[in-house]
Design a protein around this ligand. Structure first.
Ligand code: PEP
Length: 249
């Protein structure tokens, strides 16, 4: 229903200047599908954002991996949404499970961050996902619905949000969700949007999958009706990221 395929590359806390140069030149040389077919966004660490933005081909956009929850000021070590907007960085990833788990970011805090980033004109890749214990306890939908609701409670427009379903047990583990498991949660989230926000938001919001996506498993995942793209960690640092982008075709 007109949801353009979206592929994000989360470089996490990786890379040297040399590594970044190599990744950028691989991406610049790669044969990519048209921007009519796929939207591609890579997310380097803050320190490399401006270099990557200026050296990367214009069809590939950049995202920050985080931003502060409100207007900048006396918040040592933080980077504000206004700063990102000022630099022309269009996207930010918020609510990544690594930040939820390691930095104790709560659902409400993530909701506040999403709302503030949107208010500053940024587009947001908002991450949700259950742990293995939560999946085994049968609470997956409950968990991702609560995470999504905490965002929905703080925003009134979903146009500039891409929702990334990233099961924690699949992130960086090599244990990818099966296409059926991904589709089941994506369809559940779309139903949640329909029942709690609107049919339009349900039909138009892109829900992408993240968690051990690779060049070899991306095609089958991309074939699922409610999988509108990917958020890729480890493989986004490698040439196979190009193959994952091509899963859009
Ligand atoms: C991520 O960190 O968002 C991610 C999906 O990582 P990986 O692809 O390495 O599992």
């Amino acid at each position: 229903m007109g949801r353009k395929f979206f592929v994000g590359g989360n470089w996490k806390c990786n890379g040297t200047t040399e590594d970044v140069k190599k990744i950028v030149s691989t991406l610049n040389a790669g044969e990519l599908p048209s921007t009519d077919v796929v939207e591609v966004v890579v997310s380097p660490p803050f320190v490399f954002l401006t270099t990557v933005k200026s050296e990367l081909r214009p069809e590939i956009q950049v995202a920050a991996q985080n931003c502060w929850v409100k207007k900048g000021g006396a918040f040592t070590g933080e980077v504000s949404a206004e700063m990102l907007a000022n630099l022309g960085v269009p996207w930010v990833i918020l609510g990544h499970s690594e930040r939820r788990a390691l930095l104790q970011e709560t659902n409400e805090f993530v909701g506040d961050k999403v709302a503030y980033a949107l208010s500053q004109g940024l587009k947001v890749i908002a991450c949700v996902g259950e742990t293995l214990e939560q999946r085994e306890a049968g609470t997956t939908m409950e968990v991702v619905a609560a995470q999504t609701k905490a965002i929905a409670d703080k925003i009134s427009c979903w146009d500039d949000v891409v929702l990334a379903y990233e099961p924690v047990w699949a992130i960086g583990t090599g244990k990818v969700a099966s296409p059926g498991q991904a589709q089941e949660v994506h369809a559940g989230l779309r139903k949640w949007f329909e029942e709690n926000i609107s049919a339009e938001v349900a039909a138009t919001t892109r829900i992408i999958y993240g968690g051990s996506v690779s060049g070899s498993n991306c095609k089958e995942l991309a074939g699922q009706q409610d999988v509108d793209g990917f958020l890729v960690g480890g493989a986004s640092l490698k040439p196979e990221f190009i193959d994952i982008i091509k899963a859009a075709e």
